[in-house]
Design a protein around this ligand. Structure first.
Ligand code: NAD
Length: 430
């Protein structure tokens, strides 16, 4: 299939590359010229395991190319995917201006039948608006179909998730685009669920909100574990072995973040409100998440008393492991809160230091080697669950600190082991 992807960010670039990998002819469009130049020159603007090699391979095979021209993308393809940002507005609802703009641009470039597929996460009923907009702005008055095809990839595992999806959701307004959509996804050997377009849009918000709810649930339980002396990991294992519940997304932590969960939750609450339903359950999910961060900060201040002039080492800035993405990262929020209290921070992240820099205050020390972060510190904090952090030289860190205290916001270490090694160790819910 000839495919254009408008928006070459985390979703667009990985999607386009995986489509090329299975043999489709893909043109990725982005209006950020510097990003397009970087990609054309063989560079990759994001870190995602396995992506760089796959991009290179498919560019060389002539199946993947990049442009800053939407016209060129639309002309060269039969199916046009939209993968532009859908950021939150101050009231929590979604800013759909990127989608609307791209819909107009696609409409202006269309000279023959196209399938326009929305891959961005949007509130239910956005497809209707996209279709209306394209109809209004398409001078050539050609036929088209609008499809919703939400994306479920996890950053850090995006290539694997796209190559091996649990399911593919295709929401349509008519049967006409179904054959082409099935042809695009057939090589991925995943179940394809064809629904009406409203249901497809809703599936994405409902799925992400449920996952966020699961995290807040175990985080609420972690508070009860701390108050009662129970161990949240044991509790998570015990409930997670029930197949109806499942163990995944039951890891207590300092809370969820990233570019999706917080925004999708508030978007789902906002669209529910608009549709006349007060989704109080999801508001509570947000409240628990905010409270979890505050409880963690309190744990630090309760122990260290005054943070002013205290040196704190922080391991992790990305919002989760295996990514350089720092958008709405709890680790970044934590650093900002500690810095606001006067703490002097020494930070390290394997991939996200550059992207975190503009989000953090001046005066922070960026440390290249994770084993040097603790040097002279009054406490060490684990803020992101990078697996490499479990290989930290604990003995070196302990000896180099003013006081060997660790606050583990990701439960990476075993409390009893840490005590044995001479640490004062505080984690979540244990
Ligand atoms: P991103 O910011 O990484 O990428 C979006 C890209 O679109 C940017 O490169 C930007 O320059 C480009 N763009 C903006 N306007 C454009 C225009 N008019 N023409 C061409 N390009 C344009 O965003 P992302 O993380 O890839 O997310 C995109 C969408 O996918 C969002 O709706 C998001 O909610 C959804 N989503 C994201 C993830 C994720 O893990 N990141 C997962 C599933 C769904």
């Amino acid at each position: 299939m000839k495919i254009a992807i408008i928006g070459t960010g985390y979703v667009g670039l990985v999607t386009g590359t995986c489509f090329a990998e299975v043999g489709h002819d893909v043109i990725c469009v982005d209006n950020d010229k510097s990003k397009v130049e970087m990609l054309q020159g063989g560079g990759i603007p994001i870190y995602e395991p396995g992506l760089e090699e796959m991009v290179k391979k498919n560019v060389e095979a002539g199946r993947l190319r990049f442009t800053d021209s939407t016209n060129e993308g639309v002309e060269a393809s039969d199916v046009v995917f939209i993968a532009v940002p859908t950021p939150p507005q101050p009231d929590g609802s979604v800013d759909l201006s990127f989608i609307e703009k791209v819909a107009r641009e696609i409409a202006g470039a269309m000279t023959s039948y196209k399938i326009i597929v929305d891959k961005s996460t949007v509130p239910v009923k956005t497809g209707d608006k996209v279709a209306e907009t394209i109809k209004r702005y398409c001078q050539a008055k050609v036929e088209f179909d609008v499809v919703s095809n939400p994306e479920f990839l996890r950053e850090g595992f995006a290539v694997d998730d796209l190559m091996n999806p649990d399911r593919v959701v295709v929401g349509v307004m008519s049967q006409r685009p179904v054959v082409a959509m099935k042809e695009i996804y057939e090589p991925f050997k995943a179940p394809i669920i064809v629904t009406d377009i409203n249901s497809a849009e809703l599936i994405k918000h409902a799925a992400n909100s449920f996952l966020a709810l699961k995290i807040s649930y175990i985080n609420a339980i972690s508070a009860i574990c701390e108050a009662s002396g129970a161990n949240v990991t044991e509790v998570a294992n015990g409930i997670g072995m029930d197949e109806r519940i499942g163990r995944r997304f039951l890891n207590a932590s300092l809370g969820f973040g990233g570019s999706c969960f917080p925004k999708d939750l508030s978007a789902f609450i906002a669209i529910s409100d608009e549709l006349g339903y007060d989704f109080a359950l999801l508001k509570e999910v947000q409240r628990i998440n905010a409270d979890q961060m505050s409880r963690f900060v309190r744990k630090i201040t309760d122990t260290l008393w005054v943070l002013k002039e205290k040196k704190i080492g922080v391991l992790g800035l990305a919002f989760k492991q295996n990514t350089d993405d720092t958008r709405m990262s709890p680790a970044v929020e934590l650093c900002n809160r500690l810095a606001a209290e006067g703490a002097e921070l020494r930070v390290h992240d394997p991939k996200a230091m550059e992207k975190a820099r503009p989000l953090l205050p001046e005066g922070i020390t960026y440390v290249d080697d994770m084993n040097d972060v603790a040097e002279g510190c009054d406490a060490l904090v684990i803020a992101t669950e990078w697996p490499i952090f479990t290989e930290l030289d604990l003995e070196k860190a302990r000896k180099s600190m003013s006081a060997p205290i660790m606050f583990d916001g990701r439960n990476l270490f075993d409390p009893q082991e840490m005590e044995k090694l001479g640490w004062t160790y505080k984690s979540i819910g244990r």
